[in-house]
Design a protein around this ligand. Structure first.
Ligand code: HH2
Length: 298
């Protein structure tokens, strides 16, 4: 508790569970480093399946400037096959255990499953990143409410297996904003304090290239909901669609998308390449000045 972490803009924030200062409230963009403990993640599947290798990778991302490490044991790439809770726990929890106390970064568990989140929180995680926004397991809201954890509620159309099959919206940005507002009302009704909720438009989750671009272009409409906005554009396929680059060559596109997202008010940047994006965001943050977004407590 009370741990102060350096944000990439050189400002400090206190994103500890239960602290009265919400993540991002004092203005610095925060990097969330991706630690995938899976055989099949779209960009780094199989690289960190061994818990020691995954923990070492996480520690390196924290040293590179990640204030949050997002640990996941199930791929959500389009077409991914679900894994059991037992398998997911076996993959992710040993990594949480190894990193807890070994790094100043907050630990986030990337899961849609109640049992996985419960085990990860018990092992030292302080954030539940649920890409289903409490729809896969509505009891997740109660678990978050009864813990000191923050949560990230993300928009996804359908489920990972089918989400990229002909996605359509009336207006993608207003549809996503309405969805996130509804999910936030649900979380609040289940007892999650507002200052512990982060929102994410879900780049690449049931969206065409045009949908993703509209969400980035009009990100201010999501920011206007009033909670810290997480953006996960790192290495995603819309960047390949725009540049023709394979997944390992999408760092320039990743940087451009994150710079745009910061300029439009995102607060938390979920990326694989922490050191490189950190530099880009530090320059962007220094250039654009104080963040355009506010939170209810700031
Ligand atoms: N994207 C992925 C996974 N989790 N969580 C949030 N909040 N936002 C995102 O955009 C997001 C997420 C997918 O990326 P990755 O973890 O690299 O791949 P995979 O799901 O294949 O493991």
């Amino acid at each position: 508790m009370g741990r102060r972490l350096e944000a990439v803009a050189g400002l400090t924030v206190d994103p500890s569970p239960g602290s009265n200062q919400p993540v991002g409230a004092s203005g610095g963009p925060l990097l969330m480093g991706v630690v995938n403990v899976t055989p099949d993640s779209f960009s780094d599947g199989g690289r960190f399946l061994d818990p020691d290798a995954a923990a070492e990778h996480g520690a390196r991302l924290a040293a590179d400037g990640a204030a949050i490490l997002d640990i996941g044991g199930e791929s959500t790439r389009p077409g991914a096959q679900p894994v059991t809770a037992e398998e997911e726990i076996e993959r992710a929890v040993p990594v949480v255990e190894r990193l807890a106390g070994a790094t100043p970064a907050r630990l986030s568990i990337d899961t849609m499953k109640l049992d996985v989140a419960r085990a990860a929180l018990a092992a030292g995680a302080g954030v539940v990143n649920d890409v289903s926004a409490f729809r896969a397991d509505p009891e997740m809201a109660g678990l978050v409410a009864s813990s000191a954890a923050d949560c990230c509620l993300m928009h996804m159309r359908g489920e990972p297996r089918t989400m990229q099959e002909d996605p359509r919206y009336d207006d993608v940005v207003s549809d996503v904003a309405s969805f996130l507002e509804e999910r936030m009302r649900f979380a609040l009704a289940e007892g999650v304090p507002e200052e512990r909720i982060w929102l994410d438009p879900g780049i690449g989750f049931g969206k065409t290239v045009e949908h993703n671009l509209a969400l980035l272009r009009r990100l201010g409409e999501i920011v206007a909901i009033g909670r810290p906005v997480v953006i996960g554009a790192s290495r995603k396929s819309f960047l390949g669609g725009l540049t023709g680059r394979e997944v390992d060559d999408r760092l320039p596109g990743t940087i451009a998308a994150n710079v745009m997202a910061l300029e439009r008010g995102a607060a938390i940047f979920r990326v694989h390449d922490v050191a490189e994006v950190r530099d880009a965001l530090r320059v962007t943050a220094a250039t654009v000045g104080p963040p355009p977004w506010t939170t209810p407590n700031s």
